[in-house]
Design a protein around this ligand. Structure first.
Ligand SMILES: [Fe+2]
Ligand SMILES: [Fe+2]
Length: 278
């Protein structure tokens, strides 16, 4: 099974050339499910949501799960932000917290946005644990999707994590979560939880995706998405980062990491292979 993990397209700031490259890449990669982990739009404008919906509809016809990000709430229209913060998102994509199933994979999307805070996000641990337990019943792989991450690649981004990241990690581990997909910092991350949250009852894999198509890229992090390949027994995950190569005009695999499932959860099976340096 193959998951294409996209994030932070920020429609309203999309680069048409990169959108076209992604639309060309995904049918060739043949994912079984597609996730978009928030910041679908730049300013939650109706036209931005409409453009995002057209983009999502143009992708391969497989189960898709989206969650809202902080940019999907109106920033300047304070009454709307406080009273009906997810009105724009709901009009186009429906409820902000949904579930999807694809073969042995079960996905739960979480709305971590906070109407009172501009960028920070948070969740309730009991809510996370009960939804993961419900959605994952019998699933071979339990996957949680939330915009703000539990951990970041860069030290300087740590205050962009979920406010209750450690408690949420505990709740996810308590519900036997295997994979957590996030975005928000526009800086990719492929890691397991062993060094980040060493005391978890059971460890899981963190997939942080960069911005898929926005010009809001950061130094050292071009547009990218993550591809997660799960073997048929759900005992191994191969995670690869695909980065946009401006010279070639297409997405190219850049980094690959392997994870295996042990009795106490997931662990990295081998050092990262940096394909861009081969
Ligand atoms: Fe973003
Ligand atoms: Fe964000």
């Amino acid at each position: 099974m193959r998951i294409a993990h996209l994030s932070d397209p920020h429609f309203g700031t999309e680069v048409p050339e990169v959108v076209a490259a992604l639309q060309a890449a995904l049918p060739v990669l043949r994912p079984d499910a597609i996730v978009v982990s928030g910041d679908i739009t730049q300013r939650a404008r109706p036209a931005e949501f409409d453009a995002a919906a057209r983009f999502v509809d143009s992708l391969p016809p497989v189960p898709k799960l989206l969650v809202p990000g902080n940019h999907d709430l109106p920033l300047f229209n304070l009454p709307l932000r406080l009273l009906l913060p997810d009105q724009g998102y709901r009009r186009v994509f429906g409820a902000p917290e949904q579930e999807r199933h694809a073969g042995p994979l079960s996905f739960a999307g979480f709305d971590a946005t906070l109407r009172w805070r501009h960028t920070r996000g948070d969740l309730q641990a009991a809510h996370v644990q009960s939804r993961m337990a419900a959605v994952g019943g019998g699933a071979a792989l339990r996957i949680a999707v939330m915009h703000q991450p539990l951990h970041t690649a860069l030290e300087e981004d740590r205050d962009e994590c979920l406010l209750s990241a450690a408690a949420i990690a505990d709740a996810l581990a308590g519900a036997d979560t295997d994979l957590v997909l996030s975005g928000h910092v526009h800086m990719p991350l492929l890691a397991d939880t062993r060094s980040v949250f060493p005391r978890l009852r059971r460890h899981f894999v963190l997939s942080g995706a960069g911005t898929a198509v926005s010009h809001r890229i950061r130094s050292g992090a071009p547009n990218s998405f993550n591809l997660l390949d799960i073997d048929e027994n759900c005992l191994r995950i191969t995670a690869s980062l695909h980065a946009f190569d401006a010279a070639a005009g297409r997405f190219m695999p850049a980094t690959v990491r392997h994870y295996q499932r042990d009795a106490d959860g997931w662990r990295a099976a081998s050092p990262a292979e940096n394909l861009s340096q081969l």
